[in-house]
Design a protein around this ligand. Structure first.
Ligand SMILES: *Cc1c(COP(=O)(O)O)cnc(C)c1O
Length: 466
C-alpha cells in the first residue's frame, strides 16, 4: 500500500476515505459521490484544505477550538507528558499529577460550590455519567424511585445511547432507540414557537412546562432536569431572560437536581468562564468537554457540587468510570489550554472586543432580505432564514433546504458556517480579531446574497401556508 500523506492528490485521498472511513452524522453514499473535503492544517481561525483554500472557520471546529488552531504550547505539553507518564488510570485508589491539577483548577474556575470533577473522554460520556450520578444520588438518599430525568425537545447532549436519549432529537432516537426514564418538554424557542406572546411571557410558559411535567410524573419520581444554557446543535437558541430563573425556582421547589450542559457554553463561549455566570444559574452538576481542551485532546467531565459529591460519595463504591477518565495527556493539554485562556485574557477579549464588535455587525445582518432574526450571545450566533421577513415564517420547501443552500454558498466563499434546518449558526474561535470578524461578515453577506439570488431564480422564496 502507498504511504498516505498530505502529498497524495485530493481525489485519491477522497477515494480512500470513501472506501474505509465511515463518517459520523453523514450520508455515506452522498459523501462518496461528492468526496469529502480534506483539511490539512490550521492556524488561528484559519484552515487550509488539500486544494490550497484558506478557509475562515466560523465554527471553531465543532464549537471547540476556543483558543484557535496551531498553539505549539499544547503540543509541547502533550509531548512532555507522553514521555513522563503517557497513561495511568484513576481507578483503585490511584491518581496522578495532571488529573489532580486539572480537577483543582476546574474547582477554582467553576462558580459556587462546584468543587469536584468526575472525568470522561467526551461530552457524551460525561452526560452518561450524569445519568448514573443523579440516579445514584437519590438511591443513596433512600428514594430509589426518584430516577426520571426531564430534558427538552431539540436539546443536544451527545450521541451515546444515554446522551442521545437525554437529547431531544428524534432522528437520533430513531436510530437505536432511547433508554427508559427520560422525558422531554418543549424548548424555549420564542422566535419560531412564541406566537403572539411576549418573549418574557413565553420564557415563563416554557419553563412552567417543567413544573407541569414534574406534577404529572410526581416529584418523588423525578431525579433531575438537564438543559443546555443556550441550545447549540439545536440552532443556537438563546432562551428568554425569564426562562432560567423560573427553571431554577421549579427545580428547587420540587427537589429536582439541575444539570447544566455547558459542553459548548463553557470556557468563555458566552463571555464568562461558564454560562452559569452569564445567566445566573446555580446548577448541581455542570457537563464540560469541547472548549475544555480547545479540542486539542479528547476530554470531558462533570463538575459536581459539594452536596452531590458528598451524597454519592457516601454510598460506597460508585460503580462507574472510563479507562481514560482523567487521562494524563488530555488533562495536561486541558490545563495548558486553561492557562492560555487565563493568561492571555481571552475571555476578557470576548467581553470587551470580539463580542461587542461582532454584535454590532451581526445585528445588521437582520436587515438582509433573507434574514428574519439575528441573535448573538458571547461568540455564539444564529440567523433565521425566512421567505418574507415575518417572525416564525417557514419556507414551503422541506425544512433545511434553504439552510443547506446557504451553507454551500458559505463553503464556496471559504467560510465555514453551519446550518440547522433553515437557521445559520456561528461559533468562531474566541481569539477572532475585528479584522477577521469583518472578513466573516463580508463572506456571510456575499453568501446570503448569492443564496437569495438562487432562491429567486429557482422560485423558492415561498412561504409555507397556515
Ligand atoms: C457536543 C455536545 C455534547 C457531546 O459531546 P461529545 O464530545 O461530542 O460527546 C454534549 N452536549 C452538548 C451541549 C454538546 O454540544
Amino acid at each position: 500500500m502507498t504511504m498516505i500523506t498530505n502529498n497524495l492528490p485530493t481525489a485519491e485521498l477522497q477515494r480512500l476515505d470513501a472506501a474505509h472511513h465511515f463518517h459520523p452524522f453523514t450520508d455515506r453514499a452522498a459523501l462518496a459521490e461528492k468526496g469529502a473535503r480534506v483539511i490539512l492544517r490550521g492556524e488561528g481561525c484559519w484552515l487550509t484544505d488539500s486544494e490550497g483554500h484558506r478557509i475562515l472557520d466560523g465554527m471553531a471546529g465543532l464549537w471547540c477550538v476556543n483558543i484557535g488552531y496551531g498553539r505549539k504550547e499544547l503540543a509541547e505539553v502533550a509531548a512532555r507528558q507522553m514521555q513522563e507518564l503517557p497513561y495511568y488510570n484513576t481507578f483503585f485508589q490511584t491518581t496522578h499529577v495532571p488529573a489532580i491539577a486539572l480537577a483543582a483548577k476546574l474547582a477554582e474556575l467553576a462558580p459556587g460550590d462546584l468543587n469536584h470533577v468526575f472525568f470522561a473522554g467526551s461530552g457524551s460520556e460525561a452526560n452518561d455519567t450524569n445519568i448514573r450520578l443523579v440516579r445514584r444520588y437519590w438511591q443513596v438518599k433512600e428514594q430509589p424511585e426518584k430516577r426520571v430525568i426531564i430534558a427538552r425537545w431539540n436539546g443536544y447532549h451527545g450521541s451515546t445511547l444515554g446522551g442521545g436519549s437525554l437529547g431531544g432529537m428524534k432522528p437520533i432516537h430513531a436510530h437505536g432507540g432511547k433508554i427508559d426514564g427520560i422525558e422531554h418538554i418543549n424548548q424555549p424557542y420564542w422566535w419560531a414557537e412564541g406566537g403572539d406572546m411576549s418573549e418574557d411571557e413565553f420564557g415563563l410558559a416554557r419553563a412552567r412546562e417543567l413544573e407541569d411535567k414534574i406534577l404529572e410524573l410526581g416529584a418523588d419520581k423525578v431525579a433531575a432536569f438537564i438543559g443546555e444554557a443556550v441550545q447549540g446543535a439545536g440552532g443556537v437558541i438563546i432562551p428568554p431572560k425569564t426562562y432560567w430563573p423560573e427553571i431554577q425556582r421549579i427545580c428547587k421547589k420540587y427537589n429536582v437536581l439541575l444539570i447544566l450542559d455547558e459542553v459548548i457554553t463553557g470556557f468563555g463561549r458566552t463571555g464568562n468562564w461558564f454560562a452559569a455566570q452569564t445567566f445566573d444559574i446555580k446548577p448541581d452538576i455542570i457537563t464540560i468537554a469541547k472548549g475544555l481542551s480547545s479540542g486539542y485532546a479528547p476530554v470531558g467531565g462533570s463538575i459536581l457540587s459539594d452536596d452531590v459529591a458528598e451524597v454519592v460519595g457516601s454510598g460506597g463504591d460508585f460503580n462507574h468510570g472510563y479507562t481514560y477518565s482523567g487521562h494524563p495527556v488530555a488533562a495536561a493539554v486541558a490545563l495548558e489550554n486553561l492557562r492560555i485562556l487565563q493568561d492571555e485574557q481571552i475571555i476578557e477579549h470576548v467581553q470587551n472586543v470580539a463580542h461587542p464588535y461582532l454584535a454590532e455587525r451581526w445585528a445588521k445582518l437582520a436587515e438582509h432580505p433573507l434574514v428574519g432574526e439575528a441573535r448573538l450571545v458571547g461568540l455564539m450566533g444564529s440567523l433565521a432564514l425566512v421567505p418574507n421577513k415575518t417572525k416564525g415564517a417557514k419556507f414551503a420547501s422541506e425544512e433545511g433546504t434553504v439552510g443547506l443552500r446557504a451553507r454551500e454558498r458559505c463553503f464556496a466563499n471559504d467560510l465555514i458556517m453551519r446550518h440547522v434546518g433553515d437557521r445559520m449558526i456561528i461559533s468562531p474561535p474566541l481569539t477572532i480579531t475585528p479584522a477577521e470578524i469583518d472578513t466573516l461578515i463580508e463572506r456571510a453577506t456575499k453568501s446570503l446574497d448569492e443564496c437569495y439570488a438562487g432562491l429567486q431564480k429557482d422560485g423558492l422564496l415561498v412561504a409555507q401556508q397556515g
